[in-house]
Structure formats: structure tokens, C-alpha cells
Design a protein around this ligand. Structure first.
Ligand code: ATP
Ligand code: MG
Ligand code: FE
Length: 339
């Protein structure tokens, strides 16, 4: 089977064609970094307009490159949430129009499910269940992935997401937006032990995350004028990493056994995080799986793949876009922002 995937939930406009035997037949992605950089973050209205301008020609290009007609498709999968509602609507409405025109099933994909299943696109041997650290710009969760649509959330953040902490640190250090890759690059030149920073929630019995206090400490370190930026970046990354490893250790105490530890989401592109998780997994005799870098940050191949995983299902053409859409609807609400 072959599925067209559409992604427009944040500031990446993307379209991709993926087959059920894990071939990315064609893909296009356009980042809006230049549009949002002057504002230091994603501006929803600008994002929605940029998606609207770019998406239709992008879909046409992907279809043409692959030599596919609408009627050749087995499904059209589009992100239906969570995310910035204007952008999500652009992608979802486009998918609905194409589904109607081609009489092709529509699959409304949860963007987080796209991230959660993305490691299976790159790795045919990754079977359910697996433990997943989902670390992105808006989310920071530990999940037990038991099957398609079956997610047990073990931990979440009570304030900021990990990617958000990277982005805020980048802003404090004047590294621009988006900040994750820039912080990682600068951290390579710094001493991770140079700046004393807190490790929020480390040692607590629940595996949840908190990064707001770490960000404030980064701001104080910068304002003190006593540290090199590279040392602040390296110390921040080390503190974040220590938090992740400690929280995972607590989560694993309460989780039914799984053979693999998997990381996904934009922050999964970070080499230091990948390294720390690899050691964590090795110590526990777990397989460690991380998607190739282009599948970590937002992309349409992961949405198409989620569609492949759900092939045979379809959603009604009047399905609504959802700004909030938890992967695990039964998860206990957590005090704080509830990411
Ligand atoms: P969500 O998936 O939660 O809706 P999002 O789609 O905006 O949020 P992603 O595209 O998955 O998030 O990830 C983007 C985040 O990943 C940003 O916060 C970015 O700074 C971070 N990121 C990307 N590359 C790296 C890196 N190399 N190191 C650390 N963080 C990174
Ligand atoms: Mg982005
Ligand atoms: Fe994302």
C-alpha cells in the first residue's frame, strides 16, 4: 500500500509518500524558520498563512515525482492535532479535499502518534511493546507503546517541554531560533561541569519532568556575567540529560518489561541525549532505537507512516482539527500545564 502524508501542525510544511513496506517514495519539507526568527518563536498566524501558500504545490510535486495519481493512493493521512489550530486546519482541509476528489480514505493522525511510531518506519525489527521517550518542542513524556493507538503514559512535564528548554536557553544565550541544534553545537566547546545548575525533580519517586527552574538558573548564570556561553550551554545540556536519565530510571521501576528503549521527537536529534540513552539501555540489556535525524524533527513521512500503520481505518470528512489531543486519554492529569 501507499499513503500520502501531510504535516502542518507547527512551522514545518511537509508532504510525503510512504509505502507499507517502509519506502519513503518522495518527500518535501519547508521550514518557516526565516519567517519566525524575527519574533524569537513561532507566530501562529504567520505559520498558518505559510502553510496555506506552500502545501498545495508541495503535494503536487510529491505526487508528480512519484508518478502517482490520487486514485493510486490507499489513504491520505494528515495531522489533525495537537498543534497550532490554523496550521492543522490547512493540512487537514487539504487532505479532506483530496480524499473527496480521489475517493480515497482519510486518516486523521495524531502528530504525537507520528513521532511515537516514526522509529518503526526506519527499523522493521522494532516490535511492540517498547518504552518511548518522546521529547519535542511541546511535549516531554515517557510512554509504554503497546500497539498502534495503545499508549500508556508514565510521565510528563509539569511545566516546560525539553525542546522548549533548549529553545529558551538558546534565546538567553542569543543563539536565535530554533535553538536546539545551536545549543548542542555550542555545548561541544564548553565544560559541562563549569556552571552549577539544578536538576529539577531528580530523586523524586514519580518519573515526571520539570525544566522551568533549570531555565531560570540558566538565565541567572548568563546575567551573572561570570560564565562563558559555551560553558552555560554545556552545563545546561548536562543538567537536562541528568534529569532525563534519572526520570527514565524511575519510570523503568514501574513499567512492565519491554525489550527496547526508543527515543523520538525533535530533541531525539541531539547526539548527547542519544549517547546517554544508549548507555542507559546498554546497562539494562535493552535494545536502543533512535530514528535517523530527519525523522526526529517534524516531517510528513512519519505522518504517512502512521497512516500505513492504520491502513484499513478511515475517518469521516467532517472530523475536526484538535489543538489538544493527548495520546493517552486516560492519563492522570498532572499538576501544572498538563503537557
Ligand atoms: P510537538 O511535536 O510537541 O508538537 P514540535 O512539533 O514543535 O512539538 P519537534 O519538531 O518534534 O517539535 O521538535 C522541535 C524541537 O526539537 C525544538 O524545541 C528544537 O529546539 C528541538 N531540537 C531539534 N534539534 C535539536 C537538537 N539537536 N538538540 C536539542 N534539541 C533539538
Ligand atoms: Mg519546527
Ligand atoms: Fe513534532
Amino acid at each position: 500500500g501507499i499513503v500520502l502524508g501531510i504535516e502542518s501542525s507547527c512551522d514545518e510544511t511537509a508532504a510525503a509518500l510512504v509505502t507499507t513496506d517502509r519506502r519513503i517514495v518522495a518527500q518535501r519539507i519547508a521550514s518557516q524558520d526565516a519567517e519566525h526568527a524575527p519574533y524569537g518563536g513561532v507566530v501562529p498566524e504567520i505559520a498558518a498563512r505559510a502553510h496555506a501558500e506552500r502545501l498545495a504545490p508541495m503535494i503536487a510535486a510529491v505526487m508528480e515525482e512519484a508518478g502517482q495519481d490520487l486514485s493510486d493512493l490507499d489513504a491520505i493521512a494528515a495531522t489533525a492535532g495537537p498543534g497550532l489550530i490554523g496550521g492543522v486546519m490547512v493540512g487537514l482541509v487539504s487532505a479532506k479535499a483530496l480524499a473527496m476528489a480521489g475517493d480515497v480514505p482519510l486518516i486523521a493522525v495524531n502528530h504525537l502518534e507520528g513521532h511515537a511510531l516514526s522509529p518503526r518506519l526506519a527499523d522493521a525489527d522494532l516490535a511492540f511493546p517498547y518504552a518511548l521517550l518522546l521529547v519535542s518542542g511541546g511535549h516531554c513524556q515517557i510512554l509504554r507503546v503497546e500497539g498502534v493507538g495503545q499508549y500508556r503514559r508514565l510521565a510528563t512535564t509539569i511545566d516546560d517541554a525539553l525542546g522548549e528548554a533548549f529553545d529558551k536557553t538558546a534565546k538567553i544565550l542569543g543563539l536565535g531560533f530554533p535553538g536546539g541544534p545551536a545549543v548542542e553545537r555550542l555545548a561541544r566547546e564548553g565544560d559541562p561541569g563549569a556552571v552549577p545548575l539544578p536538576r529539577p525533580l531528580v530523586g523524586s519517586g514519580e518519573p515526571h519532568f520539570s525544566f522551568a527552574g533549570l531555565k531560570s538558573a540558566v538565565l541567572r548564570a548568563k546575567e551573572s556575567g561570570r560564565h562563558r556561553d559555551a560553558d552555560i550551554a554545556a552545563s545546561f545540556q548536562q543538567a537536562a540529560l541528568d534529569c532525563v536519565v534519572d526520570r527514565l530510571a524511575v519510570a523503568f521501576e514501574g513499567i512492565a518489561p519491554v525489550p527496547a528503549l526508543v527515543v523520538a521527537g525533535g530533541v531525539a536529534a541531539n547526539q548527547a541525549i542519544r549517547g546517554a540513552l544508549e548507555s542507559f539501555a546498554a546497562e539494562r540489556g535493552l535494545r536502543f532505537v533512535a530514528p535517523p535525524l530527519p525523522l526526529c524533527t517534524d516531517n510528513a513521512a512519519m505522518i504517512a507512516w502512521a497512516g500505513c500503520e492504520r491502513l484499513g481505518q478511515s475517518d469521516p470528512l467532517d472530523i475536526a482539527a484538535r489543538p489538544r489531543w493527548p495520546l493517552d486519554p486516560d492519563a492522570e492529569p498532572v499538576r501544572g500545564a498538563g503537557y
